[in-house]
Write a protein that binds this ligand. Structure first.
Ligand code: TA6
Length: 287
């Protein structure tokens, strides 16, 4: 996506504008350190490119930006749960309209804050009072923090994921490592050597991954360090060929250039008492 070509709706500062992309509003950051776009629909980071380097984030060429369906690619905010444990799958945050709360900037970069609060619509799906804030720091690295607060007076259980789609040169030569000695696949725990390569669909939760997970991508001649916090697992996903073909919003061969490395609370195991806050984070460093 050429972010510079998107039609401008409002200029907020030297580095930040609001633009239009099909049916959605997008915060666009063009800063000497990096460019990025973040959709208000879903608080979804759509793109991030450090200056002089290749795109860090993968976006499907067939992604739907109509504003009713979750966007394929970028960093979907799966919240307040991860996966299919309830409806909708991966929670309602990624298909909700968020509010642009604040933007701050200096020579080092830009911070964008987006918020979502409970409403009649969210309470019909999940009967809790909350505030969620997504803080996106755009500098020569991308730092995303999802801050969840219980604004009600009864506890709730929380899960979720920052479901990052990383842009890679070739899945068949990519290695993801520092993943710990075990993974969960289809509900079954299996031993792990701590790294994985790809020659078929991979959809795994690594509950003992290191804080920094490493993605080696010889085809693009780079390494991505993914530094996670507030999580109890790292999800690694590549849909491979058959699943890509079955998904209308992915091109048939697009699995070849993406891998998801997700900072996740995979099992709704965070208890948030009244007034408490939890932060889930991921930071991506391109080396
Ligand atoms: O994070 C991996 C996963 O949960 C997979 O099981 C796969 O279905 C993927 O997310 C995408 O989910 P989505 O609902 O966006 O199609």
């Amino acid at each position: 996506m050429d972010v510079k070509q998107l039609p401008t709706l409002a200029v907020l500062s030297d580095y930040v504008t609001v633009c239009e992309l099909d049916g959605i509003k997008v915060v666009r950051v063009i800063h000497p350190k990096a460019t990025a776009t973040i959709s208000l629909f879903g608080a979804h980071v759509l793109s991030f490119q450090p200056t002089g380097k290749k795109d860090t984030i993968w976006m499907s060429e067939n992604a739907d930006f109509g504003g009713s369906k979750a966007i394929r690619g970028g960093i979907p905010v799966c919240w307040p749960w991860f996966g299919k444990v309830a409806e909708p799958s991966h929670g309602f945050a990624r298909t909700s309209e968020w509010t642009l709360n604040e933007h701050r900037e200096n020579d080092e970069g830009v911070i964008i804050s987006l918020t979502l609060q409970d409403s009649a619509e969210t309470r019909a799906i999940w009967p809790h009072a909350f505030k969620a804030e997504l803080l996106v720091e755009v500098t020569d690295t991308l730092d995303v923090k999802l801050v969840s607060t219980n604004t009600g007076d009864t506890p709730f259980q929380l899960g979720g994921a920052l479901h990052t789609y990383l842009n890679i040169g070739d899945i068949t030569t990519t290695t993801v490592s520092s993943l710990g000695n075990e993974y969960i696949e289809g509900g079954v725990r299996k031993p792990s050597a701590g790294n994985t390569t790809f020659d078929q669909e991979v959809d795994r939760i690594y509950p003992h991954a290191d804080e920094t997970v490493v993605v080696d991508d010889p085809a693009l001649q780079r390494r991505l360090n993914v530094i996670n916090g507030g999580n109890n697992g790292v999800v690694v996903w590549n849909p491979w060929k058959a699943l890509s073909i079955s998904m209308g919003d992915m091109a048939d061969n697009s699995y070849e250039t993406m891998v998801c490395v997700e900072s996740a609370v995979h099992d709704r195991s965070v208890t948030l008492n009244a007034g408490e806050t939890h932060t889930l984070s991921t930071k991506i460093v391109s080396c």
